[in-house]
Write a protein of this length. Structure first.
Length: 107
């Protein structure tokens, strides 16, 4: 008895193009880069950082954002200027509330 491979293994059948390798539909358009968002500052000035639906952490400074991305294996060379990072509620230099907690009251 001889075993014959299924025709689908050769790209034949179900409308396949024999000149093109088959790829699953899910893999047809994978995202090249994740959507990274630095959210609006909280009352204390900290900002939540997300990649898609995943929360990477909470940042208190732009260096924290870079570290959260590094820990998630998302290497961004310039967090402040990279198009992959969306800054909501202010740019990379705006961390309202944080400096207010460190100032001494004037009296």
């Amino acid at each position: 008895m001889r075993t014959v491979p299924h025709p689908a293994l050769f790209g034949v059948g179900r409308g396949a193009d024999p000149g093109r390798p088959q790829q699953p539909e899910v893999m047809a358009h994978p995202p090249e880069h994740p959507h990274i968002v630095v959210h609006s500052p909280a009352l204390d000035g900290s900002r939540r950082v997300t990649s898609g639906d995943e929360t990477l952490g909470v940042a208190s400074h732009i260096d924290d954002v870079a570290e959260l991305l590094r820990l998630a294996d998302l290497y961004v060379t310039d967090v402040a200027e990279d198009a992959l990072v969306e800054w909501q509620g202010g740019g990379p230099d705006e961390w309202p509330g944080l400096h207010e907690h460190h100032e001494h009251p004037q009296g």
